[in-house]
Ligand binder design. Structure first.
Ligand code: IMP
Length: 427
């Protein structure tokens, strides 16, 4: 099984690091294909916790080559900062390879992200403020800056100037902000050129060659299905395609070369930022879930919105991503509840909805229909085989499996690397 895509099935923060860990040291290439430093993945190694936003999680594995695909938007300051941070902690990490076609987040993208959110008032998206949306807007508008532009300083200066010509009008005349000096931006980007230049590559060719050679390639999704700009809860989404198809368009590897697509599913539901969330619990139970699951954003520190498991939400992700397997995370967080409600459908405007709602309006109006499953009180953090789980816990997993329509091949029972139950090996 040489190529495997990992995708979050809900609204992010499903604990993708857990599944990546389960692949052990067998991954030769770890590739990011969408998003930027809006992501946040936490990897626990022994007593140490590492949180990364832009670097692929394979960076901690010395035998793994990390690649940032063309579908990613790269903040060069963040990249340098994350590498320096890991090296300061004594890790001998390699600089990732970067697709020549990957777009660069510039300081003006960050300014625009923040200022447009402020202007949007109660219609704001709740972005991470990292410049992600404006960088992708420039890509689609064909006025973006790409990694390869660092190889051509004069061309870069022209592009920055052209891009800022209209943005400065907008900043000064609409948003009442100071104009941004194109020369300062160009210099800031070029300050990274000497370091980054040797790592700018034709990533599509490299990865296809790696697959020809039988190497194991892991495509590491950032964000998640329901934050996808096409399939998520639009407009409360990110500006790229975290769904499995993004692994192809975001790297240049064709769909026939993908062997396995693994959905990462949290045993309950969380969301950061604005937008609809049918099973959100605004009461003490929600607070208890947040406390037990330590549900605070890895990127912004914001408290995550928490709720019960939403089966139609995940079933939709199973269909669109074509998951071959699901890895269920944070099952241990549910220990101790007498009853566990699971959403099996919705009511909206007095109609029962089968599956995921069709329109934005229906998603906003969706009221969950719950099936109540019995809980368990036994500690499951030491379980390493499915049979070690208490009967009610096994029944919970089996019921989720039936409701989402995909086999559950792995289960996370604690934050530690070894705290997993592997039912079907992922590689
Ligand atoms: P942006 O990606 O910064 O533009 O933010 C758009 C929406 O996606 C906001 O609701 C963010 O909170 C959310 N978001 C972006 N990245 C992540 C992530 O990695 N995990 C969870 N939510 C995210």
């Amino acid at each position: 099984m040489p190529s495997i895509v990992i995708v979050g099935a809900q609204w992010g923060d499903e604990g993708k690091g857990k599944a990546v860990d389960a692949l052990g040291n067998r991954v030769d290439f770890c590739v990011r294909y969408s998003g930027g430093n809006n992501a946040g993945h936490t990897v626990v190694v022994g007593d140490e916790t590492f949180t990364m936003h832009l670097l692929p999680s394979g960076v901690l594995n010395p035998s793994c080559t990390c690649v940032i695909g063309n579908g990613v938007v790269v903040d060069l300051d963040v990249l340098a900062g994350e590498l320096a941070g890991l090296r300061e902690r004594g890790l001998d990490v390699e600089h990732p390879l970067i697709s020549a076609n990957a777009h660069i987040i510039t300081p003006y993208h960050q300014v625009l992200d923040k200022v447009t959110e402020r202007f949007a008032g109660n219609k704001r998206i709740g972005t991470t403020g990292r410049g992600i949306g404006p960088a992708y807007s420039d890509k689609i508008n064909r006025i973006g800056i790409r990694a390869q532009d660092l190889l051509d300083p004069d061309g870069l200066a022209e592009k920055v100037e052209a891009s800022l010509a209209s943005k400065n009008q907008l900043l000064a005349k609409i948003y009442n902000r100071a104009a941004i000096n194109p020369q300062v931006v160009t210099e800031a980007l070029l300050a990274h050129a000497d370091t980054v230049r040797p790592y700018i590559v034709d990533a599509a060719r490299l990865l296809n060659q790696a697959l020809d050679d039988g190497k194991v390639v892991l495509f590491e999704g950032a964000q998640a299905h329901h934050l996808d700009v096409d399939f998520g809860t639009y407009p409360y989404v990110t500006s790229s395609n975290p769904t499995a198809g993004g692994a192809c368009t975001g790297t240049g590897v064709g769909p026939t070369r993908i062997d396995r697509v693994v959905g990462i599913v949290k045993a309950y539901t969380t969301r950061v930022g604005e937008g609809p969330m049918p099973t959100e619990l605004l009461d003490e139970t929600g607070e208890q879930l947040r406390a037990q699951g330590n549900e605070y954003g890895a990127t912004t520190g914001r408290p995550r919105r928490c709720g019960w498991f939403d089966a139609p939400l995940v079933r939709q992700a199973v269909m669109i991503n074509g998951f071959t397997d699901v890895f269920l995370t944070k099952l241990d967080v549910l220990t101790g509840w007498a009853e566990l409600p699971v959403c099996v459908g919705y009511m909206a405007d007095a109609h029962k909805i089968d599956g995921w709602p069709l329109t934005e309006r229906e998603v906003e109006a969706a009221e969950p229909i719950y099936e109540i499953l019995p809980g368990w009180t036994e500690d499951i953090s030491q379980a390493r085989h499915f049979g070690d789980l208490p009967a009610n816990c096994q029944a919970y997993v089996r019921r989720l499996e039936a409701l989402i329509g995909c086999r559950i091949s792995g289960i996370g029972v604690g934050p530690g690397r070894e705290q997993s139950i592997i039912i079907n090996t992922l590689l």
